[in-house]
Design a protein around this ligand. Structure first.
Ligand code: DP6
Length: 327
C-alpha cells in the first residue's frame, strides 16, 4: 500500500446535550449519548506525512512540538488497519485558542483520522472514522460530521456502535454561534481529568447519566421540528446540569469566571427580550451563544460589552471533516 502526505480540516463542535463520563476508559466509550453542532469558523488543519526516516511519530501543534501521546495511539490503530509500520510527522494548526474549552481535541482528532487514513491509503466509512476519532477524544467522533450530530453511547463491548451520525446538515437549519472568550489561557483541569474526577467523586454523577437519554429525545425532536425554544431549554438544562455534577465533585470543579456568569445572564436577558439565543458552556470559561439565523451580530455586540470578555467570534454551522489535499 502506498503512503503519501495528506491534509484534512475539521470543524470544532459544541455539544448541546453534553458528553460527560465514560463507560470504558480503554476504548474511550461514553456513558451516554450526546448531540452537537459542528462549527464552520473554528477549525483544525492537520497534515500527516508518513516518513520512514523517523524513529517515532512527531507531533507539532501550532508550531510547538508536543509529546505524540494520544495522537500516536490513534496513528497506531490506523497503521494496524493499513498493515503499515511507518512513523508519521503530524502538523496541526488551530485557528482558535487551543485547550481553553473550545473543543480543540474534537476538531484535532477528527482532522487527524481523516488525514491519516488518506495518507495510509485506507478507505474508511464516516462511521469508522468516527469510531477511530472517538479513541482520541470522545467529542471528536462528532466532528467527523457537519451540521447537527448525534453520538450514540452504543452497547457493544468493542465500541463499534459508539459512533456519531448526522441529524441535519448545516444548511437545513443555519443557526449562528457566538463564542465569547473570557480567558485566553489553557484551562486548569482538562475535560478528561474533569469528567473522571466527577465520575469518581460527585454524588450527582449517577443522576446526570440517568437523565441524558430524556434530554437527547427532547433535543432530537426539537432539531427535527426546528423548534428553537425547546432546543434552547434542553440545551441550557444539559449544560447547567453537567456543571452541577462537576460543582458537586470533591473538590468541586469550577470552570467559570465572573465574565462567564455575566454572559450567561446577558443571554438570558436577550432571550427574555425576544432574541432567539441560548447559551452553553463546556469544561472551560468560554460561553457559546447559539442564535437563530440573523441574530449573531446583535448577540456578539451584547456579549462583547460584558466585563471580562476578551474577544467575541461569530460563526455558523459547517461541514464535516474533509481531506483538502492528498494523493
Ligand atoms: C465538556 O471529548 O474532550 O466538551 O473523551 O476524555 O477526550 P475525552 O473528552 P472530551 O470531552 C468533552 C466534554 C465537553 C462536552 C462535550 O463536548 O460533549
Amino acid at each position: 500500500m502506498s503512503v503519501q502526505q495528506a491534509t484534512a480540516r475539521a470543524g470544532a463542535n459544541i455539544a448541546l446535550v453534553k458528553y460527560w463520563g465514560k463507560r470504558d476508559q480503554q476504548l474511550n466509550l461514553p456513558a451516554a449519548g450526546s448531540i452537537s453542532i459542528t462549527l464552520a469558523g473554528l477549525e483544525t488543519r492537520t497534515t500527516v506525512t508518513p516518513d520512514p526516516s523517523l524513529d517515532a511519530d512527531c507531533f507539532v501543534l501550532d508550531d510547538a512540538e508536543q509529546p505524540a501521546g494520544r495522537v500516536g495511539a490513534v496513528l497506531d490503530l490506523l497503521r494496524e488497519m493499513a498493515g503499515e509500520a511507518t512513523s508519521c510527522r503530524v502538523e496541526s494548526v488551530n485557528n482558535f485558542p487551543t485547550g481553553a474549552g473550545l473543543a480543540s481535541s474534537a476538531s484535532g482528532f477528527a482532522a487527524l483520522v481523516t488525514a491519516a487514513s488518506q495518507a495510509l491509503g485506507l478507505e474508511l466509512s464516516e462511521a469508522k472514522r468516527s469510531e477511530l476519532a472517538r479513541r482520541g477524544s470522545g467529542s471528536a467522533a462528532r466532528s467527523i460530521f457537519g451540521g447537527f450530530v448525534e453520538m450514540d453511547a452504543g452497547q457493544r463491548d468493542d465500541g463499534s456502535d459508539a459512533v456519531a451520525h448526522p441529524l441535519l446538515v448545516a444548511e437545513d437549519w443555519p443557526l449562528e454561534v457566538v463564542v465569547a472568550v473570557t480567558d485566553c489561557g489553557s484551562k486548569a483541569v482538562g475535560s478528561r481529568d474533569g469528567m473522571n474526577h466527577t465520575m469518581r467523586t460527585s454524588p450527582y454523577y449517577p443522576a446526570w447519566v440517568e437523565t441524558v437519554a430524556g434530554d437527547l429525545d427532547l433535543a432530537r425532536r426539537a432539531i427535527e421540528a426546528r423548534n428553537f425554544e425547546v432546543l434552547a431549554e434542553v440545551s441550557e438544562h444539559s449544560a447547567l446540569k453537567m456543571h452541577a455534577s462537576m460543582l458537586a465533585a470533591r473538590p468541586g470543579l469550577v470552570y467559570w469566571n465572573p465574565a462567564t456568569l455575566a454572559c450567561i445572564h446577558a443571554v438570558r436577558d436577550l432571550r427574555a427580550a425576544g432574541t432567539g439565543v441560548f447559551f452553553t458552556v463546556d469544561a472551560g470559561p468560554q460561553v457559546k451563544a447559539v442564535c437563530l439565523p440573523g441574530e449573531g451580530e446583535r448577540v456578539a455586540q451584547a456579549l462583547g460589552k460584558q466585563k471580562g470578555v476578551a474577544k467575541v467570534m461569530v460563526t455558523g454551522l459547517g461541514p464535516g471533516a474533509l481531506v483538502v489535499t492528498g494523493p
